[in-house]
Design a binder for this molecule. Sequence first.
Ligand code: AMP
Length: 216
Amino acid sequence: MKNIMFIAPPAAGKGTQAELVVEKYHIPHISTGDILREISKEDSEIGEYVRETMASGKLVKDEITYQLIEERLNKDDCKNGFIIDGFPRNLDQAIEYDKILEKLGYEIGNVILIDIDKNTLEKRITGRRLCENCNAIYNINDKNNTPKVESVCDICGGKLYQRSDDNLEAFATRYTTYLEKTEPIIEHYKEKGVLKTVDGNDTVENIFNKIDEIIK
Ligand code: AMP
């Protein structure tokens, strides 16, 4: 199947949609945010840098992301398709990504833009909870997406936590960063003829159905 890339502002639901794609199509989900969150737990200089940068809502240095993306995409499980989420985040990363794909012999595939209002995002950001064990995503502000038992993951029983950057202050920085740095890559993919847009102001299920139509 074709590779999939998600582009969306923070808290638009790309992680949730990626989980649904994984469930149906059994391809790996590569999220630079998830990989960086793991690095941020390390008791090292880089761990501390990533932890502080992520909590502020700013982007980490491009060079850090290039190496981890190339290493991850080079693994065997990516040969039959993958979802990339959270990368590229700016035009330099998009240009570098083109080079990495060429080097590894991969196609860009479908680039899916989840288009969504800022007000909806603000509501979602404060309600988002993640499982510290399996990374499953919930939202306590969305009655269709709350865990059955408060603070406990439905899937694995792990403890739920709130991301350090899921507050309105960090959101403001992340949203401005999205407009300034990430939106310009939309043009890059429009010119390549691979961009598909999905309306994100809808239920998780309806958004997934639209994404599934594109994948099929
Ligand atoms: P996400 O989970 O995609 O919302 O990403 C959370 C945070 O991780 C971002 O606000 C950045 O600090 C960092 N991050 C994730 N992906 C990238 C990337 N491609 N380039 C730089 N920083 C990133």
